[in-house]
Design a binder for this molecule. Structure first.
Ligand code: SIN
Length: 314
């Protein structure tokens, strides 16, 4: 049956898209998360008159993203998606941890409507502000009939949550989908999807603890020249439940670090290997003693491990 719902809900969480600087030429010395989501929408003339609703879920620099905001965002997103009159949800977010939030929302909600995350690499006050076009593109994608899943749109490129990662520190086209490639493009208001919309089974909101300190503690350690096992042993002492190693190359780990990780695994800590390469997957080998996190970035592998620790029976 044709979906005739039209309202698009825009949830604000902060980020550079809502950031301001004293000087319009300053694209780095700004303060993130200063403008409310209604102001962001009002700054885009092409959004005037559309059936949009705004809600401020958080106002954060996304480097400070945490479990309480994740829980609230997942809950508010699910709430609006369940409304018959809502076609889709747009989320404005900081770029720095967007890949983590996108991954979490896809795994928890696996929405049958579009949830389109967007952000900006330049503050709202910049003479090169990219936020307004990104927001317009996100609203456009959220209104596409048949679109579904958690999506990310920046710089006219559409990504699926599962493979997206921030791949550049400064350029407006900062996101990549690694080997899978982008899902599509948004050009002059036209959305072209080259691949199927994301699908999957929702884990369900009920698994996300209300209390931030009830979430499992999973830390990321990096393998590098001269690595030691000191951080891993310290993590075990404070009772960490999971560790993700950002390994070199195809998941290789410095011998000293690997010895500590194997000790941790023997003590019951779940240990996964991802790669710090930024692209590609960790291909399993027959003699692997620590499981591979596949194509997930270290940050996304941490989210997946947290979810697996929260949902042992799923
Ligand atoms: C943030 O992640 O909140 C700040 C950086 C950005 O949005 O680009």
């Amino acid at each position: 049956m044709q979906n005739t719902s039209r309202t698009i809900v825009v949830l604000g969480t902060g980020g550079t898209i809502a950031g301001t600087a004293a000087d319009a030429a300053d694209n780095v010395g700004y303060t993130a998360a200063q403008l409310g989501v209604e102001a962001l929408v009002k700054a885009v003339p092409a959004l005037a008159g559309l059936p949009l609703e705004c809600e401020q879920v958080a106002q954060a620099d996304s480097k400070d993203m945490g479990f309480a905001v994740w829980r609230a965002l997942a809950q508010r997103t699910a709430h609006h998606l369940a409304r018959d009159d809502v076609a889709g949800v747009v989320i404005t977010h900081g770029t720095d941890t967007l890949e983590e939030t996108a991954y979490l929302l896809q795994r928890v909600l696996a929405p049958a409507k579009p949830v389109v995350m967007t952000a900006a690499m330049r503050p709202a006050t910049s003479m090169q502000a990219d936020g307004p076009q990104n927001l317009l593109d996100a609203v456009t994608v959220a209104g596409v009939p048949g679109a579904q899943g958690v999506l990310v749109v920046l710089a006219g490129t559409l990504h699926a949550a599962a493979g997206v990662r921030k791949a550049h520190t400064y350029r407006v086209d900062a996101f990549s989908s690694s080997d899978a490639g982008p899902l599509g493009v948004v050009e002059e208001g036209a959305v072209t999807a080259w691949r199927a919309w994301p699908q999957g089974e929702a884990l369900g909101l009920q698994w996300l603890p209300m209390e931030a300190d009830a979430w499992p503690q999973v830390e990321i350690v990096t393998s590098h020249a001269g690595a030691s096992g000191a951080l891993v042993r310290a993590a075990c002492e404070i009772g960490v439940q999971g560790l993700v190693v950002a390994a070199t190359g195809n998941g290789t780990v410095h011998a000293a670090l690997e010895a500590a990780l194997l000790e941790a695994q023997d003590q019951g800590v779940t240990v996964w290997r991802s790669s710090r390469c930024g692209n590609g997957r960790v291909l399993a080998r027959p003699d692997d003693m620590l499981p591979s996190a596949g194509a997930l970035t270290p940050a996304q592998a941490r989210v997946e491990l947290i979810l697996q620790l929260l949902t042992p029976s799923v």
